[in-house]
Write a protein that binds this ligand. Structure first.
Ligand code: ADP
Ligand code: MG
Length: 209
């Protein structure tokens, strides 16, 4: 079982968008996947509930017992955890359960600095697990056609965590999927958003398998 936790205490960084899309991409690639909604607000559960024939299984675990609860569920090939905002105990629980912590961050120094506490927890866990747990930033909501500024690159480099090559771009198609319980794979399967999500999935799979 490979557990990917999408975490960032900051709301609006794209956690739910990435978690729902990553889980769907893995399912479409033929993997057995479970999406765990650890946000008490239940955005991923809301996303799933809109659609009666939602193909991605979603469960809510919004208590700091994620690792233990996962052991009581049927084993899946992949588990994607959609992280909660501002809940240190939930974040710690998700980190402990994770094989990979993915930190989506908008390309602004303020947003990157805001992840300092999370990065500290993640680094401690990497050390405790002797590097078995991995982590990386993914640039989220990047503006198309603009380069990531040197302030952003510098801020990221200070943390000494890898930054994925894949990025998720700011696109109008993403918010439209939220309201309909769908993903970009339903709305534009061969489009650029689907391509970038598949690239993200493949990059993560390479690191995990
Ligand atoms: P979080 O779960 O971190 O709070 P969300 O995924 O819910 O973040 O995103 C917050 C808002 O921004 C939502 O309305 C979502 O549709 C929108 N959003 C997220 N990622 C993108 C993107 N890549 N392009 C456009 N809008 C996005
Ligand atoms: Mg969310």
């Amino acid at each position: 079982m490979h557990v990917i936790a999408v975490l960032n205490q900051k709301g609006g960084s794209g956690k739910t968008t990435i978690a729902t899309h990553l889980a769907t991409a893995l399912m479409l690639a033929g993997h057995d996947v479970l999406l765990v909604d650890s946000d008490p607000q239940g955005s991923a559960r809301d996303w799933a509930a809109v659609r009666e024939d939602q193909p991605v299984p979603v469960v809510g675990i919004d208590r700091p017992t994620i690792g233990r609860d996962l052991k009581n569920l049927a084993r899946k090939e992949f588990v994607v955890i959609d992280g909660a905002p501002q809940a240190a105990d939930l974040a710690a629980s998700a980190i402990k359960a994770a094989d990979f912590v993915l930190i989506p961050a908008q390309p602004s120094p303020y947003d990157i600095w805001a992840t300092a506490d999370l990065v500290e927890l993640v680094k401690q866990r990497i050390e405790i697990t002797d590097g078995k747990m991995q982590a990386a930033f993914v640039v989220s909501r990047a503006i198309k056609g603009t380069r990531i500024g040197s302030e952003v690159t510098n801020a990221l480099n200070e943390y000494e965590l890898p930054v994925l090559e894949s990025r998720v771009t700011q696109r109008v198609i993403y918010p439209t999927t939220a309201a309909t319980g769908t993903t970009v794979f339903d709305q534009d399967p061969d489009g650029p958003a689907s391509t970038e999500i598949n690239a993200l999935m493949n990059e993560l799979k390479e690191k995990l398998i």
